[in-house]
Design a protein around this ligand. Structure first.
Ligand SMILES: Cc1ncc(COP(=O)(O)O)c(C=O)c1O
Length: 363
């Protein structure tokens, strides 16, 4: 008998977890609803960015080059050279490539939970085994000992998101070094670092620890989630590996032009960071006033503990939509408890709606 189509698929294709993007269709279909669930930037690109993209479109018939000028500019920001930078189509591409670079079927990838939910499926799509260590009770900090104890000879890759998503916390420097010292490939994801202008990148680690690489995206503080742009930083050998795994023309001339335009206009990013950080402070105060527990956050999102109210996450999300037409982010149970959710500051008017909701619903 002829095999069914699914029997031709690699075994891990249908058993791996799926990353659910269904919310995006719903949100685009109803732009009047507040998009406070996605860690997006609410401020659209400036005219400088838009004009740069429009200009380069005149050469949209040509294949891109390797963007040496842009890689040089980015490298300089970190005290590195252009060969320490591989550009990509948003950092999700790094997540995908790193699994394919380091994992063979059965190899283990260690990360914490909860986490950005794209990581586990991309490891499983290589036949990798995902080992998730719950964050610590109380402060939701990485369980560093738990993660280090989980390392064995099949461990081929470790992830630290700094600051973490969705918990918002930074790992202590000395703990990060403990991971570096192990010698197993380590991804330090700095997707949200730009919201913390006083905190330097951990990029200098690559000089001492060649198995460490950094993942950076313009989707957050730079507001390029739909434009798609990011980059990996690493030793020349690490970057050569990523370039080999990425498709040759992974970054379009439009994304690269947009990236260069915003790098040449730092005020744009500063204004976006200022808007976000102002609202993060207001949210923290107002959430505390109604008796909820917002975790100290260092990105464009805030994890909120509402378990003490007896409401489930599902009830909270449904009420926010019902009462103020805002999307919030569902957070699965943490250590067996429901009632956590996450919010990202939106436009002023959407943020006011969020505050109205929490005052009315949790009063
Ligand atoms: C920690 C982390 N890394 C990477 C990404 C991927 O972002 P992008 O592919 O848009 O760069 C996200 C998105 O939310 C994230 O939270």
């Amino acid at each position: 008998m002829a095999k069914e189509l699914k029997d031709w698929f690699v075994p891990w294709l249908l058993t791996s977890r799926e990353y659910n993007v269904g919310i995006l269709d719903k949100a685009w279909a109803s732009p009047e609803k507040g998009r406070l669930m996605l860690n997006e930037n609410p401020i659209p690109p400036s005219d400088k960015v838009i004009n740069a993209v429009a200009n380069v479109m005149k050469h949209g018939n040509w294949y891109p080059d390797s963007f040496l000028r842009l890689r040089t500019k980015i490298g300089k920001m970190y005290g590195l050279g252009p060969d320490n930078v591989a550009l990509c189509n948003g950092s999700s591409e790094i997540i995908d490539a790193m699994m394919r670079i380091f994992l063979q079927p059965g190899d283990e990838f260690i990360l914490s939970t909860p986490t950005f939910e794209l990581f586990p499926p991309r490891a499983e799509l290589c036949g990798g085994k995902v080992v998730q260590i719950p964050v610590r009770k109380g402060d939701l900090q990485y369980d560093v000992d738990g993660m280090l104890n989980a390392i064995n000879k099949r461990t081929k890759l470790i992830l630290i998101i700094n600051p973490n998503n969705p918990t918002g916390v930074f790992i202590d420097d000395k703990d990060l070094i403990r991971f570096c010292e192990i010698g197993v490939p380590l991804c330090v994801d700095e997707a949200y670092l730009d919201y913390n202008p006083d905190r330097p990148s951990k990029a200098p680690l690559i000089k001492k620890y060649p198995q460490v690489f950094l993942s950076v995206t313009f989707s957050k503080a730079y507001g390029f989630a739909g434009i798609r742009f990011g980059f990996v930083l690493g030793t020349k050998e690490m970057i050569a590996a990523f370039k080999r795994m990425f498709l040759p023309w992974n970054v379009s001339v439009m994304s690269a032009a947009a990236a260069e335009a915003i790098l040449d206009n730092p005020e744009e990013v500063k204004a976006k960071v200022k808007h976000n950080n102002k609202w993060m402070a207001i949210f923290t105060e107002e959430l505390k006033k109604v008796g909820l527990k917002p975790y100290p956050a260092h990105g464009n999102y805030m994890l909120i503990d509402a378990t003490m109210t007896g409401k489930t996450t599902e009830q909270i999300l449904a009420a926010a939509m019902d009462m103020e037409r805002i999307f919030l982010k569902k957070i699965g149970e943490i250590r067996g408890k429901s009632g956590y959710f996450r919010v990202t500051p939106g436009k002023d008017e959407e943020n006011e709606r969020f505050l109205k909701f929490i005052r009315a619903y949790f009063k």
